[in-house]
Design a protein around this ligand. Structure first.
Ligand code: 4AD
Ligand code: MG
Length: 429
């Protein structure tokens, strides 16, 4: 009977068939130890020459790394075995004998691994990352679904820019200019006026012309938007959300975190309330550490690292100067030069994982900002309409999944957080 490795504990003493790929093999006299992985786990099968047919032994003997194989045998509990179980093989079949596998246990360079990303995904570390990414996405959906948010999908092809015009991917839309979406936010603002609390979750695109360990050209962003929400509400939502995700991963993905050798003590502290500081306070910290960034400018990656390293959990920096932020942000009633916005910076040097704000809900102010930012008013007509028909204060944020995966898994680079990264000068595979 075909059984998945994760289920063998229910079949001790029974004969099962494991279908998978050969991860590793050791030979010892008349014994072949096959380490087989099937996506749900790995198990060692012991193939004893005298216990199987000559063909089966030949198969076990000749199987190469990553050959697809089916091993039949009786499940034996063995506390010394990784995973606690072994298979005493009675049969072994090769489905496809793998060519010499390019990825071996020795260290490979990043360029080589990226070139072989389609195969690299099978290694234990990448496998653990894929599983944690999935868990994070599941937690994202559970959080919003269980808190009264309605998932409303926003378009990928859009006629207007949301996050500035410098990072747009342009598409010829039957002779008309259109762009790959940088964010679903503007559409969320329309749909939250229908359903109250909404979120969208999909791929977003930014032609980022710089190489950093935090930027991808294509990344997945989840964006909640709430009618009647002000900046404080957005911050409370953001901290509860991030805490929920981290605690969920700790609860369900201990094994994968172990594979990644992630010290989880920092993650265990990710419980609200998170510290909140203003841009001005953040800048005081930077000045003490001797930044080159002039006061009033946006933070660089190093600045974010310095700020976030002052805190033992994510920190929320609010009220940046409006000039370094997007056109749609509500001005601070106390100081119109500041925007009612918030960035959440992850600890351990990871920097911005969330960007959000309260949105301008006054029609004339929004129109003025669109013009100040040289955006085509025509393309924003529908967006301005939202301020004509029952406008209310509202706000939300966007969280990049890959940045969060990178932090939770403590990776050096965002390229390992997404199955097939799209980066500057890399589209293959
Ligand atoms: O701060 P950003 O640009 O905010 C927005 O797009 C808003 N419209 C969201 C909203 O309020 N609904 O991007 C939000 C998040 C960042 O904090 C970061 O996590 C991620 O998206 N992000 C990227 N992740 C990977 N690669 C990139 N090039 C990214 N750009 C942004
Ligand atoms: Mg941002």
């Amino acid at each position: 009977m075909h059984t998945y490795v994760q289920d063998v504990h229910r079949h001790v003493g029974e004969e099962v068939t494991i279908k998978g790929w050969l991860y590793n093999k050791t030979n010892k006299g008349k014994l072949r130890f096959l380490l087989v992985r099937d996506g749900t786990g790995t198990i060692q099968s012991v193939v004893f020459k005298k216990a199987v047919s000559p063909e089966a032994f030949e198969a076990a003997d000749s199987a190469t790394q990553e050959s697809s194989i089916a091993v039949t045998g009786v499940v034996r509990q063995d506390d010394r075995a990784p995973g606690g179980f072994e298979l005493d093989a009675s049969d072994c079949r090769i489905i496809q004998l793998a060519d010499e596998y390019p990825i071996t246990p020795k260290e490979h360079g990043t360029a080589f691994l990226m070139e072989n990303r389609h195969l690299w995904l099978r290694s234990s570390k990448q496998h653990a990352i894929l599983r944690i990414r999935h868990e994070i996405i599941r937690a994202v959906r559970d959080f919003f679904d269980d808190n009264g948010f309605v998932l409303v999908d926003t378009p990928i092809l859009t006629p207007a820019a949301c996050e500035g015009t410098t990072t747009l991917f342009e598409i010829d839309y039957f002779g008309e200019r259109s762009f790959l979406s940088q964010s679903g936010q503007l559409y969320n603002e329309a749909t939250c006026m229908s359903v109250g609390k909404t979120y969208c979750f999909g791929p977003t695109f930014r032609a980022e012309k710089s190489k950093t360990r935090r930027h991808l050209m294509e990344f997945w962003m989840v964006e909640p938007e709430v009618a009647w929400a002000e900046l404080d509400d957005v911050m409370v939502l953001a901290e509860n959300f991030v805490s929920f995700i981290v605690q969920r991963v700790l609860e369900r993905r201990q094994e994968e975190l172990k594979v990644l050798e992630r010290d989880t003590s920092g993650l265990e502290r990710v419980i609200p309330p998170f510290p909140r500081i203003s841009y001005a306070e953040a800048f005081d910290i930077l000045e003490k550490h001797g930044t080159e960034t002039p006061r009033g400018a946006d933070f660089g990656g190093t600045d974010e690292t310095v700020i976030s390293s002052q805190f033992d959990r994510p920190v929320m920096v609010h009220r940046y100067p409006k000039d370094v932020k997007a056109f749609y942000m509500e001005p601070d009633p106390e100081d119109a030069e500041l925007a009612l916005c918030v960035d959440m910076l992850a600890p351990e040097g990871y920097g911005e994982i969330i960007g959000g704000s309260q949105r301008i809900h006054d029609h004339d102010l929004l129109l003025r900002r669109i013009k100040e930012h040289d955006l085509p008013v025509e393309a924003f007509k529908w967006y301005l309409d939202l301020r004509k028909y029952g406008s209310v204060p509202h706000g939300g944020f966007g969280m990049g999944i890959e940045r969060v995966v990178s932090w939770i898994c403590k990776l050096d680079h965002v390229r390992e957080t997404i199955p097939f990264p799209r980066m500057l000068y890399r589209m293959y595979p």
